[in-house]
Each structure stands twice: as C-alpha cells, then as structure tokens.
Design a protein around this ligand. Structure first.
Ligand code: 6GU
Length: 274
C-alpha cells in the first residue's frame, strides 16, 4: 500500500511515520510513504508562493488551485506509470483532510485499507480554493470536532490506523490482540505482573487457567465497559447482537454473557470488578 501525502511540511510526515510499527512496515516494503511538497509545484519561480488572498475579502490566505493540481497530476502520473495498464480505470482516492469532513472511524480505516494507493491533501492557512477540491477530492475526512492548524497530524492519524490493517504490518502478537472497536466493543481490562500491586489484586478468574471462563469474563467486562464509557457504541453493539431470550433451565450456565444486557447487572458487575 502506497500513501502519497500532499503537504507544505513533508518533513513532518517523514518524522511522524518513520518509527515504531509503521516505520518497520515501511522498512519491510509493506507500505510506502511519498510526502510531496506542494511548494515544489508553485508557478512562482522566485518566492515559491502557494497561497493568496480570498476573493470577497475576509481574513487569512487560501491555498491556490494550480500548485495543488500540478502536485496531484505528478503523483497520479507516478501511480499510473507504476501500475501500467492493469488498473487503468481505477483512480486513486484523494482524501482532503478537513474539519468539514466525515468523522474518521475504524470502518473507514478498513475501507481505505483495501486500496493500493491513497492520496492525502493536507490543507493549511484558511483552506483550499474550492475549484481544485471539486476537481480532485473523492473523500472529505475529519478526525473530530475540533480545529487544528493543519492537515498533517490528522493525515498521520489516519495513515497509522489504515496502515496497521495492511496484512503483515502487525506481527502475530500485535494482531492477535482483541481490539477495541471490533464488534463495537471496547477492550476488556488487562493485567500483568505482579499479582498484587498497591493492594490491588488481579481478578482471580484470570489466574484460574480456565480459558472458557476467562473468555466469558472478558466479554462481560467489554460489554460493561462499553456501556459505561461509550453508550453510543453500546447501542450499536446491542443492535447488532440482540440479547437472545434465555430458556429458564439453562439460565444459570449461560448467565455470565447474557447478564450484561441488563443495565443493573452490568453496573453492579463493573463496580465489583474495579
Ligand atoms: Cl482533518 N484538519 C484540520 N485542519 N483540523 C482538523 C481536522 C482535520 N480534524 C479535526 N480538526
């Protein structure tokens, strides 16, 4: 998977994505980063200017259309050159990173992870000339309802989330982790040595060696935690996993997993276990 980032600060991207798991994946050739400086495509030979005042007045400068478009064309030419005739009809998606976009989430990360090339456009100043966006942007994506000074950090956030889904990027241990947001549940609490720390004991069930019980406990904890911390996600989980009506006789055995669908049981559970 190849990430192309159109930016005024390519060094920010290179530093941000060059280390840890993502850097290792790049070194292994599983992903690549191509941070392209929009300023290199300025038509202004002398000052390499890429911004100007807005028509209609108002504060701030706007990134002009032409340098962005030329930068985009150069990236596209590189992609087409590399992929040859094989997928000539499939245009790479271009993500304009903007607080006005759809909020990025795990589902979007999974969707973007299917692409072979992704182009990110990082805005600065007051924004970008609308006409070039109409011409090249396929997706408008934000990372949340707050304003940042530029699109580089959000682009890196998205690239990290997407890249770790590319096969081979995570090693077995990393990918075997039961993750928050899979199935709309947050991760259960985890413990390592020592067995007792600051007077707090590791829940006994985790030391029992009974894998089935441990799994049940973890699911129960995940559900309780999601309900308490992210009621919005919990709603989704319940919609997709409606609680099954229990037969009376088998109720005791199956109780652990089902109980958390009931608000009171969940609340008392999570208190007992914290
Ligand atoms: Cl994607 N860009 C900028 N500039 N600010 C943001 C954002 C994106 N998402 C949240 N704030």
């Amino acid at each position: 998977m190849n990430f192309h980032i159109m930016t005024l600060f390519p060094e920010m991207i290179e530093q941000g994505l060059g280390t840890s798991i993502i850097g290792r994946a790049r070194d292994k050739g599983l992903i690549s980063f191509n941070a392209v400086n929009i300023r290199d495509y300025s038509g202004d030979e002398k000052h390499h200017k890429v911004d100007d005042y807005t028509y209609g007045g108002g504060a701030g400068m706007l990134m002009q259309a032409q340098p962005i478009y030329d930068c985009y064309r150069a990236i596209m030419a590189g992609i087409e050159n590399r992929s040859g005739e094989t997928n000539e009809n499939k245009k790479a998606r271009l993500i304009y990173v903007t607080p006005q976009g759809r909020t990025f989430d795990q589902q979007m990360a999974m969707d973007f992870a299917k692409e072979s090339d992704l182009i990110f456009l990082c805005g600065h100043y007051e924004g970008v000339d609308e006409r070039v966006l109409e011409e090249i942007a396929t997706d408008y994506v934000s990372i949340g309802d707050y304003v940042l000074t530029g699109g580089e950090l959000p682009a890196m956030v998205m690239i990290d989330a997407i890249a770790r889904l590319v096969p081979g990027v995570l090693n077995n241990d990393e990918s075997a982790m039961t993750e928050s947001f899979h199935n709309n549940l947050l991760e259960y609490p985890q413990y390592s040595r020592p067995e007792e720390w600051m007077g707090k004991k590791v829940p006994a069930i985790l030391l029992s060696g009974d894998h089935k019980k441990v799994d049940e406990w973890r699911l129960e904890q995940s559900i309780a935690r999601t309900k308490e911390r992210r009621p919005d996600l919990y709603e989704k989980y319940i919609l997709e996993n409606p609680p099954k009506p229990e037969k009376k006789k088998r109720r005791k055995k199956k109780a652990a997993m089902a109980e958390c669908d009931n608000l009171q049981a969940c609340d008392s559970d999570s208190k007992e276990n914290t």
